[in-house]
Write a protein that binds this ligand. Structure first.
Ligand code: BGN
Length: 279
């Protein structure tokens, strides 16, 4: 479509030989199984990916500078499938990008939202990223036109997922994969840190956006199609309702403003930057 450029929030000013956003308009869906699995070191060399999962186009000036933040624990196969799939996908979009995998140390329940905050904080130490994609490792974007860059409004990217039969379950859903500029993310004080266990943290984040007067956007349902890799469902947390209810009181005090964690380990792996955090 023509107006994609109007919707996007560029990271770099336009200049001679700026990269184009390749929009195919095709509704042919991609599937991760169709990508033959390659050894990470071989893939990184073949695709020119720098240690830590960094890449940018060399024959044109990229328009978008993006950090992709993936919370992680105990999903080795999904991680391998995701990395194998996503690099060619991102390269086809001419992005200047880097991928971060934020692994939570054992013991406490998984805290997806806090891991996003940690990813933001760690990424920001490395580079002045303009745009952040926060997303789950089990979600595979199926349409190459679903550009992994920021829009003028915070964007819900995964509004059409196969496990929901490619329908949006409720209008306020802001989970799965989202894109926000650094400014937008900072404006809402990031995610809440209190959501341990499954559920609610994305709903709280949506309320944060609303409370700050943000409108959200979504691309059309066929562009926003995702394929979810299967896994055992987590039991929902019992504290999520209470945390949601009291959420509004904490928007200013709970988030990036009071973020505390310890980095236990970090490595520049061939296809991503790995950070092990105690949260
Ligand atoms: C909702 C969850 C979201 C989750 C979506 C989709 C809650 C809060 C209590 C209503 N919200 O029900 O976190 O992303 O389902 O799976 O559990």
């Amino acid at each position: 479509t023509e107006n994609i450029y109007d919707e996007m929030e560029r990271s770099y000013p336009p200049r001679d030989n700026s990269c184009v956003i390749p929009v195919s308009g095709s509704s042919q869906l991609l599937y991760p199984e169709e990508h033959p699995r390659e050894d990470p070191v071989v893939m990184a060399r073949r695709l020119g990916i720098l240690p830590g999962g960094q890449w940018k186009p060399l024959n044109c000036h990229p328009l978008f500078n993006v950090a992709i933040i993936l919370p992680y624990r105990n999903r080795q196969t999904q991680l391998a499938i995701f990395m194998n799939y996503i690099h060619p996908f991102l390269q086809s979009q001419n992005l200047d990008y880097r991928i971060f995998v934020i692994e939570q140390s054992p013991m406490r329940e998984f805290n997806r939202a806090k891991l996003f905050n940690v990813g933001y904080a760690e990424a920001t130490k490395i580079n002045d990223f303009h745009c952040f994609i926060f997303q789950d490792i089990d979600l595979i974007p199926q349409n190459p036109d679903n550009i992994y860059a920021c829009t003028k409004m915070p964007r819900h990217m995964s509004s059409s997922v196969n496990t929901f039969r490619y329908n949006l379950p409720y209008t306020g859903l802001f989970g799965g994969a989202i894109a926000l500029t650094r400014k937008q993310f900072e404006r809402v004080n990031g995610f809440s840190n209190v959501f341990y266990g499954w559920g609610g943290e994305d709903d709280d984040f949506y309320s944060r956006l609303q409370s700050r007067g943000f409108q959200i956007t979504r691309f059309g349902p066929n562009v926003a199609q995702y394929y979810m890799l299967t896994h055992k469902k987590e039991p929902p947390s019992t504290t999520r309702f209470a945390n949601l209810e009291t959420g509004a009181r904490r928007y200013d005090t709970d988030g990036l403003s009071n973020l505390e964690y310890r980095v236990l380990n970090h490595q520049l792996r061939p296809l991503y930057s790995w950070i092990l955090a105690d949260v």
